[in-house]
Design a protein around this ligand. Structure first.
Ligand SMILES: Nc1ncnc2c1ncn2[C@@H]1O[C@H](COP(=O)(O)OP(=O)(O)OP(=O)(O)O)[C@@H](O)[C@H]1O
Ligand SMILES: [Mg+2]
Length: 756
C-alpha cells in the first residue's frame, strides 16, 4: 500500500491522504492534480475507508474517465467498470437510464447532439412560422442551453418585451417537442437529472447515502447547474426551489448531517469554458459554502521542461485576475521553443509535415506528437498536407466518426427502432435512401401530426393518397426492423443496413466505398462496445444494449475513432487538449485574429474578459508539451474562402525572447505577391502566387507608397498590416488589420498612416 503513495511529493501526499472532508486542490498545469485525484480514489479503497460503490468521480472527457479507470485497475484488484467514474453528461445519462420512469422519459430516450438539436429547433421554428432571420436557430439553441444551465425551464424564464417573450415561447414549444419525441439534449441530461433528484426525496437520500466521496477534476470549468448538482448530491439542502437550483447567497452546508465529502481539483488559469457558461466563481463559492478547511496548492510541475514552463508562466502573468501561483520544475531548462514563420498556411503545413517526418525518423512515436490549433477550420489545410505525405493522423473533435452522414443515417434507423416517435431521426431517413416520399407528402404529414399533437410516425395513418401509401410502407419497414431488436446488436445493425437499403445505396454511389467501410466500422464499433461495456438485458425488456450503444454514440462522439491502436499523429483543438500531455507539441496559427480569436478580443460580456480567456487557452496549449514545443505563424491564410493577412499573435511577444529560437529570419517588413481575383460573394480576394521572396509589389493604391502586406502604424489604432486595398488617388482606401483594434477600412487621404 505504501507503494501507492511512493513517488508523491509532500503536498501531493498530504492531498491524497486528507481526512474525509471537503477539500480544494488548487494547482497549476502538470502539477499532478489528476494523478492526485486518481491516487486518492485508490488510497480510499485500499485502506478500507471507502468501497468502490461509494465513490463518484467526475472527469472532463470520456477519454479522461477511461484513463482513470485504466490507472485504477492497475493499482487495485476491483471491477472499475462498475464504478461511477465519468463526465457530468455520462453520469447523468446513467442516472436517467436507471430511473427513466421517475424522470418522465421513455425507456429508450435518445440524446440529441448539438447538430441534432439545431435541426430540431429549425424544424420547430418552421412549423411555428417564426422568422429565422429575427431569431437565428443557432442563437435559439444557445439561448435554450443557457437557460437550462441556469436551471430555468421555459415556465420560469421572465420576459419583459415581445422579443424576449417570443424566445421563451419557442423554448416552451421546444421542450414540448422534445418530450413528445422522447429525446433530450446535452443540457437537458443535467437539468433532468437535477430535477429527478431534487423532486424525489427518497431517491436523493439513496444516492446521498451511497456516494460518500465525490471527486471532481477540472473543477474550474463546472457551470452553475453542475455545481448545484454536486452540492445536492453531497448532501447540501435538497434545494426547495426546483426551478432555481442556484445556490442562495451565504448558504453554509458544511454541517449537513449525511454529507459526502467533495474533493475538487482545479486551476483557475485553465478555465476555458466561460463562453459556455462555466464559472470560476464556483471555486470561491465552494470554499465559502462548504467551509473548506483543506486547501492545498501544488506548484511543482512534473510535465514540462523549464523553458516551456517559463514561457507558460510569462504568458499567464499578463492576466490580471488570477488566484496567483507559479510553477517550477526540477527538470532542466531543456530545448528552446522553436518558432517558424511561414508565408502561407500551405507553407506552414508543409513545414510541420517535414518536422514530423524527421521526428519519426529520430525514433519518436507519432502518438506522442500533438498538433494543436485554435479553430477546427484550421485542420483542413493540415490534414490535406498530412494525407498527401502519407502520415497517419487522428483528429479529435473534428468531423467525428459518429457525426458522419452515413453513420447518422444508420443510427437514425436504430433510433427509430428504439423509439418510432423520434421525429428528428424520422425526418432524417424517411426518404433516405430515396423512396418516393416527396416534400408535399411530408408537409401533409407534418400538418396531421401538428393537428393531432402527435409524432410524425403516429400521424402516418392520417395521410391519404399515393404519399400516404409510401409513408405506410416506411412505417412497415420500421416495424419490420423493430422485430429484429432481440438480435445481438452487431447483427441488428447489419440487418438494418441491409433492409433499409442503405448498403445498396452506397454500393451504387460512385464515391461510396469509404462510406461503406465506415458502415462496416459501425458494426465493429458495436461489437467492441458490447465486449467492453455490454449490458445484460432483462427478460422481456427492449434491448438495453441498443439504448446504451445509442447513448454512447451521442456522448462519446469523436473521442475515439476507428483504428485506435495505430500509431498516429494527434490533431485537436486546444480546447480538446485539456488535461492531456505529449512529448512534442506544435501550436499552429499563432496569429492575431486567430489566436487570440478576433471574436474574443473585444468581448467583455458576462463579466469574463474574452482576451483573458484566450490567454488561458494559450496557457493550456503551451503546458501540454513535455519536451519540445513548436510555434508557427502563417502570414497569410485561407479561411472561410478568403485569404487573410495576419500579424503574429501578441502571445508570442509575451514569451521572453531568450526562450525562443526562430527557425525563419524575423523579417520586419513583408511584401506579398498577390493578384486580385473576383470571388463569388463579390468580395475581392487575393491568392498567393509565390513565396515572399518573389518581392512583387502589391496592387493599388499605386504610387501611394503602401502595399498589401506592409506593416503600418496609425496614431489611434497603433500597429497593423495592410490586408486589402481599393481605389486610387484621393479615393484610395486600404483595409488594415490592427493588432489591437481589429480590421478597419481607412481612406488614405485622411488617415494618418505611416509605413513602419
Ligand atoms: N510526484 C510525481 N512524480 C513523478 N511524476 C509525477 C508526479 N506527479 C505528477 N507526475 C506526472 O506529471 C504529469 C502531469 O500530471 P497530471 O496530469 O496529474 O497533472 P495535472 O495537474 O492534472 O495537469 P493538467 O492541469 O494539465 O490537467 C503526469 O505525467 C504525471 O504522471
Ligand atoms: Mg489534469
Amino acid at each position: 500500500m505504501t507503494s501507492l503513495l511512493d513517488n508523491l511529493n509532500e503536498p501531493q501526499h498530504a492531498a491524497v491522504t486528507l481526512p474525509a472532508e471537503h477539500a480544494l486542490i488548487l494547482a497549476g498545469a502538470g502539477s499532478g492534480k489528476t494523478r492526485v485525484l486518481t491516487t486518492r480514489i485508490a488510497w480510499l479503497i485500499s485502506t478500507g475507508q471507502a468501497s468502490p460503490q461509494s465513490i463518484l468521480a467526475v472527469t472532463f472527457t470520456n477519454k479522461a474517465a477511461k484513463e482513470m479507470q485504466t490507472r485504477l485497475a492497475a493499482m487495485l484488484p476491483v471491477n472499475v467498470k462498475s464504478m461511477w467514474i465519468g463526465t457530468f453528461h455520462g453520469l447523468c445519462n446513467r442516472l436517467l437510464r436507471a430511473h427513466y420512469r421517475d424522470a418522465g422519459l421513455p425507456q429508450l430516450f435518445q440524446i440529441l447532439d448539438s447538430a441534432d438539436q439545431l435541426s430540431s429547433v429549425k424544424r420547430l421554428m418552421k412549423a411555428l412560422n417564426v422568422d429565422d432571420e429575427k431569431f437565428p436557430p443557432r442563437e435559439m439553441c444557445q439561448f435554450i442551453n443557457a437557460q437550462k444551465e441556469q436551471g430555468l425551464r421555459a415556465s420560469a424564464v421572465e420576459a419583459w418585451d415581445s422579443w424576449a417573450k417570443q424566445k421563451v415561447e419557442i423554448y416552451a414549444a421546444y421542450e414540448a417537442q422534445c418530450q413528445r419525441e422522447g429525446v433530450v439534449d446535452f443540457a437537458e441530461l443535467l437539468l433532468r437529472s437535477f430535477e429527478l433528484l431534487s423532486r424525489n426525496e427518497p431517491l436523493l437520500r439513496h444516492y446521498q447515502e451511497r456516494f460518500r466521496h465525490i471527486l471532481v477534476d477540472e473543477f474550474q470549468d463546472t457551470n452553475r447547474l453542475q455545481y448545484a448538482w454536486l452540492r445536492m448530491l453531497a448532501g447540501g439542502p435538497a434545494n426547495g426551489h426546483p426551478t432555481n437550483p442556484l445556490p442562495a447567497e451565504g448558504g453554509d452546508y458544511s454541517t449537513a448531517p449525511k454529507g459526502a465529502s467533495i474533493f475538487a481539483v482545479g486551476d483557475d488559469d485553465q478555465s476555458i469554458y466561460a463562453f459556455r457558461g462555466a464559472d470560476v466563481g464556483n471555486m470561491r463559492d465552494f470554499e465559502r459554502e462548504f467551509n473548506v478547511k483543506n486547501m492545498i496548492r501544488l506548484e511543482q510541475n512534473y510535465r514540462s521542461h523549464g523553458n516551456i514552463l517559463d514561457a507558460a508562466n510569462a504568458i499567464i502573468r499578463n492576466n490580471p485576475h488570477r488566484l496567483g501561483k507559479n510553477l517550477w520544475t526540477h527538470a532542466g531548462s531543456g530545448e528552446p521553443i522553436r518558432v517558424y514563420e511561414a508565408y502561407a498556411d500551405s507553407d506552414e503545413a508543409r513545414w510541420i509535415v517535414e518536422e514530423v517526418k524527421s521526428l519519426v525518423r529520430d525514433g519518436h512515436t507519432r502518438a506522442e506528437i500533438a498538433l494543436l490549433y485554435r479553430s477546427n477550420a484550421q485542420s483542413r489545410a493540415l490534414e490535406h498536407a498530412l494525407f498527401n505525405a502519407g502520415i497517419p493522423y487522428r483528429v479529435y473533435g473534428g468531423l467525428r466518426f459518429f457525426e458522419r452522414a452515413e453513420i447518422k443515417h444508420a443510427l437514425a434507423y436504430l433510433r427509430l427502432i428504439a423509439n418510432p416517435n423520434d421525429d428528428t431521426a424520422f425526418l432524417r431517413v424517411v426518404n433516405f435512401p430515396v423512396r418516393g416520399i416527396g416534400a408535399r407528402s411530408l408537409e401533409a404529414l407534418q400538418d396531421a401530426a401538428k393537428a393531432a399533437n402527435s409524432s410524425l410516425h403516429a400521424a402516418i395513418t392520417q395521410v391519404s393518397g399515393k404519399g400516404g401509401s409510401s409513408l405506410t410502407a416506411f412505417a412497415q419497414l420500421i416495424h419490420q426492423l423493430s422485430e429484429a431488436v432481440h438480435l445481438p446488436l452487431p447483427e441488428l445493425i447489419d440487418h438494418v443496413l441491409e433492409l433499409s437499403g442503405l448498403r445498396t445505396h452506397y454500393q451504387n454511389e460512385k464515391e461510396g466505398q469509404e462510406r461503406l467501410s465506415n458502415l462496416d466500422e459501425l458494426i465493429n464499433a458495436a461489437a467492441s462496445f458490447i465486449a467492453e461495456e455490454g449490458t445484460v438485458s432483462e427478460e422481456g425488456e427492449l434491448s438495453a444494449d441498443l439504448a446504451a450503444f445509442l447513448a454512447h454514440a451521442s456522448l462519446e462522439a469523436g473521442e475515439h475513432q476507428a483504428g485506435e491502436g495505430d500509431d498516429a499523429l494527434q490533431l485537436m483543438t486546444v480546447h480538446s487538449a485539456k488535461g492531456l500531455e505529449f512529448n512534442m507539441v506544435f501550436i499552429s496559427g499563432l496569429e492575431e485574429g486567430l489566436f487570440p480569436h478576433e471574436n474574443a478580443v473585444n468581448d467583455t460580456k458576462n463579466g469574463s474578459n474574452g482576451l483573458e480567456e484566450e490567454r488561458r487557452l494559450m496557457y493550456v496549449a503551451v503546458t501540454r508539451a513535455r519536451q519540445r514545443l513548436y510555434l508557427s505563424i502563417a502570414q497569410s491564410r485561407m479561411l472561410h474562402g478568403q485569404t487573410r493577412y495576419n500579424l503574429p499573435s501578441r502571445f508570442l511577444d509575451e514569451i521572453p525572447k531568450e526562450l525562443l529560437k526562430w527557425l525563419t529570419p524575423r523579417v520586419e517588413k513583408q511584401h506579398f505577391a498577390v493578384s486580385p481575383a473576383p470571388s463569388s460573394n463579390g468580395l475581392k480576394t487575393f491568392h498567393n502566387q509565390s513565396p515572399v521572396t518573389a518581392q512583387r509589389p502589391g496592387r493599388p493604391p499605386e504610387r501611394s507608397g503602401f502595399s498589401i502586406g506592409m506593416n503600418v502604424h496609425h496614431a489611434k489604432f497603433g500597429p497593423g498590416v495592410i490586408v486589402n486595398a481599393e481605389g486610387s488617388g484621393t479615393d484610395a482606401r486600404v483595409q488594415v488589420n490592427f493588432k489591437a483594434a481589429g480590421v478597419k477600412w481607412l481612406a488614405l487621404a485622411i488617415a494618418k498612416l505611416e509605413a513602419v
